[in-house]
Design a binder for this molecule. Structure first.
Ligand SMILES: Cc1cc2nc3c(=O)[nH]c(=O)nc-3n(C[C@H](O)[C@H](O)[C@H](O)COP(=O)(O)OP(=O)(O)OC[C@H]3O[C@@H](n4cnc5c(N)ncnc54)[C@H](O)[C@@H]3O)c2cc1C
Length: 425
């Protein structure tokens, strides 16, 4: 089973994973001298402000993703970038621990997925997802504003919308985890497990942000961490946790004494409770079908857009270089997804260790001391800073962060921090 000249690939969903799949397919096909018809069917209009035009996320791009985009010849336009993020400030027991970007050569930025907050006024931000879809269109993909009702298996799978039925040689499913995957049960696909998050968009509070992301822990119950993220004229409040209470954002602001940032009351301009994927899907490839992005697997809690790039690239490479049968995807695509799943195990361990450290004042003070001591060193040698920076930005794999955290330099720095804290108790 192979794609040949004139084969039709239908991509269901035009979020990052769908656009990346189109871009990678068109590039690998051109390199192989293959002419494909690539059609993206996307239900949303990303120019619309509010949840209707938005794929609902905090909107931080990792430096790895920005590097991958550049390598692909995709330079983020200035009006897509909302803020450059230079430091993460961790709020721990009433004090602040600033973590500065260890490597000034690497960038992290915030973006809007849609047309900005529902109650925001003009000028409206330029949507990242909209820009990416335009890049796919400019490189030869056909883009149609359609919601797919069902994808049926067959000799040539049928993709059915309210207006048409399209036969495809290959279907790429990129519908994320915030809508039902429109796959006929005969495909045997089971979506990833998800958890429900909470987000609000507010006007940018003066003073606190200035290119810094603020991270909070502990409250409300179930919170893993919360971020206050500058996005141009606005700020995003994102709560990541398990079984968060109904008014989690309100509880969070009150519990951390942040209501004073908004003297006229908390003016939520937009809000949503999106799902985040926390496991891999089952049955995410079959003959003439491959699932990419969140709907297949993503990185735990971080860099989901970066993971969409990686899965879309691996699926497209397999389709062009190996073939489009189940066995081809099992051999070419499966290992990449399993690598992400294995990396997430390290991520779970790291977040658990971090939770333990936060509860142990001595460990936390030792870490704080280690970070202060290494501040003057070259970026690559600022081990503790890199560990925390990468955990919160997704700039390095969890496996790399794990290795760093058990390296001799890290343990030595921690040990010295411990001695210092003991002596000064
Ligand atoms: C609270 C929260 C914060 C996050 N913060 C970040 C962050 O800061 N950085 C980061 O990198 N990641 C973040 N993520 C993860 C990120 O949002 C996802 O990993 C990313 O959006 C996955 O892209 P995707 O294309 O797979 O899915 P999506 O972005 O969900 O796109 C799916 C697309 O498919 C379309 N679609 C769905 N069904 C149909 C249908 N039947 N027919 C046609 N079209 C359809 C949808 O309209 C949508 O455009 C966050 C997630 C959450 C929940």
């Amino acid at each position: 089973m192979r794609l040949v000249n004139g084969s039709r690939v239908v991509i269901v969903g035009g979020g990052p994973a769908g656009s990346f799949a189109a871009l990678h397919l068109l590039r690998f096909a051109a390199e192989a001298g293959l002419r494909l018809e690539v059609i993206i069917l996307e239900a949303r209009d990303f120019n619309r402000p509010g949840p209707g035009g938005c794929n609902k996320c905090a909107g931080i791009l990792s430096s790895t993703l920005i590097h991958n985009l550049q390598t692909f010849g995709l330079d983020l336009p200035p009006d897509v970038i909302q803020s450059e993020l230079n430091a993460y400030v961790l709020h721990l027991d009433g004090s602040r621990l600033p973590i500065h970007r260890p490597d000034p050569a690497r960038r992290n930025v915030s973006i809007y997925r849609g047309g900005g907050p529902r109650l925001g006024g003009p000028p409206f931000p330029h949507s990242f997802d909209g820009w990416l879809l335009d890049q796919a269109r400019a490189r030869g993909a056909g883009v149609r504003r359609e919601r797919v009702r069902v994808v049926r298996p067959g000799l040539r799978p049928a993709v059915v919308t309210a207006h048409e039925g399209l036969e495809a040689d290959l279907v790429v499913l990129a519908t994320g985890v915030n809508s039902r995957a429109p796959l006929d049960p005969a495909w045997g696909y089971r979506p990833p497990r998800t958890e429900i998050m909470a987000q609000d968009e507010v006007p940018l509070p003066g003073g606190l942000l200035e290119g810094n992301v603020h991270i909070f822990f502990d409250y409300p119950p179930g919170l893993i961490f919360a971020g206050l993220i500058p996005k141009g004229r606005y700020a995003n409040i994102s709560l990541l946790g398990r079984k968060l209470p109904p008014d989690a954002v309100g509880d969070f602001l009150e519990g951390h004494d942040l209501t004073a940032l908004f003297p006229d009351g908390t003016p939520a301009l937009c809000g949503c409770t999106p799902r985040v994927a926390v496991s891999a899907a089952h049955g995410y490839y079959a003959d003439r079908l491959v699932v990419v992005g969140d709907a297949a697997i993503t990185r735990l809690y971080k860099d989901g857009i970066g993971a969409a790039f990686v899965t879309a690239e691996a699926a497209a490479r397999t389709a062009i270089e190996r073939g489009i049968g189940r066995k081809d995807f099992a051999a070419g695509y499966g290992p990449i997804c399993r690598r992400i799943a294995a990396d997430n195990l390290y991520g779970r361990w790291l977040f658990r260790m971090w939770a333990i450290t936060r509860q142990a004042p001595l460990l936390l003070s030792a870490w704080r001391r280690a970070i202060v001591t290494e501040a003057g060193l070259p970026p690559m040698k600022q081990i503790h800073t890199r560990i925390l920076w990468s955990m919160f930005t997704g700039d390095e794999s969890y496996r790399q962060i794990f290795r760093l955290s058990i390296s001799r330099t890290a343990l030595w720095g921690w040990g010295r921090g411990m001695v210092h804290v003991w002596k000064n108790q």
